[in-house]
Design a protein around this ligand. Structure first.
Ligand code: URA
Length: 256
């Protein structure tokens, strides 16, 4: 805890504070402007600072090869800003906030429903059985998971994986809208009826949604079956593959 009593006049105590934050929050963290400004007394061995990102030396100095400095991307900064969200009751129940993963400026964005148990535990989207199938689908498109961006409508797990409530969607949707704005994908793939209906403001069935062209804020949206539904209904894999080819064509600009 940093307060006015803390002696920031000496580099030594400032450095100890940074190390404490690093231990608590990991190598990348955001400093308040007040603390950031204190680092104007930077010395040769002090942590390096760039933009609002700061990186302290490794705790194990022997393993340190360089003082790697990386600005937090806008998306990472946004994640930092919202990861403590308590806008709806799901915030108080989660283990981890599941923001999203993948390439910050990916051409393809997959959007699912909400984290499940495994996602809540790890803080990563689509890592359970449905996630494994999604990874296979992405690889069948000759892409890697890290080439695309994956997130959900809701960032916190609904208890027992119940359907998200309207109030929860209303609280969380602005986060998704901002994520889309920052990633700027060329095409969005909505995974499952819930994601598609929410994104498109529609009540239509998945059967109908997949047959039509849609867009969200000017970005083409392809609606397809949720990987969890594919595990239960393997006969939907074929149409899903057709949808993935459409995603690819839209991404490559072959289909408008
Ligand atoms: N289902 C989803 O919709 N999202 C996940 O992250 C996992 C399962």
């Amino acid at each position: 805890m940093i307060d006015n009593e803390t002696n920031l006049d000496s580099y030594g105590s400032a450095y100890r504070i940074i190390r404490d934050i690093e231990l608590f929050e990991g190598r990348y963290f955001i400093l308040s402007e007040e603390i950031f400004n204190e680092f104007s007394l930077k010395t040769k061995d002090s942590p390096e600072i760039k933009g609002n990102a700061i990186i302290a030396h490794d705790l194990d100095e022997s393993q340190q090869t360089s003082n790697e400095v990386r600005d937090l991307s806008e998306l990472e900064s946004f994640h930092e800003k919202i990861k403590g969200c308590l806008r709806c009751e799901l915030g108080g129940k989660r283990k981890k906030f599941v923001f999203g993963s993948g390439k910050d400026n990916s051409d393809i964005m997959f959007i699912g429903e909400a984290p499940g148990e495994e996602e809540d535990r790890t803080g990563k989207p689509f890592v359970g059985a449905a996630g494994e199938l999604l990874t296979k689908i992405i690889e069948a498109m000759h892409l890697k998971r890290d080439d695309v961006y994956i997130c959900n409508i809701l960032k916190c797990r609904p208890p027992n994986n119940r359907d998200p409530r309207n109030s929860e969607i209303a609280s969380c949707e602005p986060y998704l809208v901002k994520q889309i704005e920052l990633v700027k994908p060329k095409v969005i793939c909505a995974l499952g009826r819930f994601a598609a209906q929410t994104l498109l403001g529609s009540n239509e069935s998945m059967g109908r949604l997949r047959l039509n062209s849609h867009s969200f804020q000017g970005i083409p949206v392809v609606a397809t079956y949720h990987p969890a539904a594919l595990l239960r209904n393997p006969q939907w894999k074929r149409p899903t593959w057709e949808d993935m080819k459409k995603v690819r064509r839209l991404c490559d600009g072959v289909e408008l």
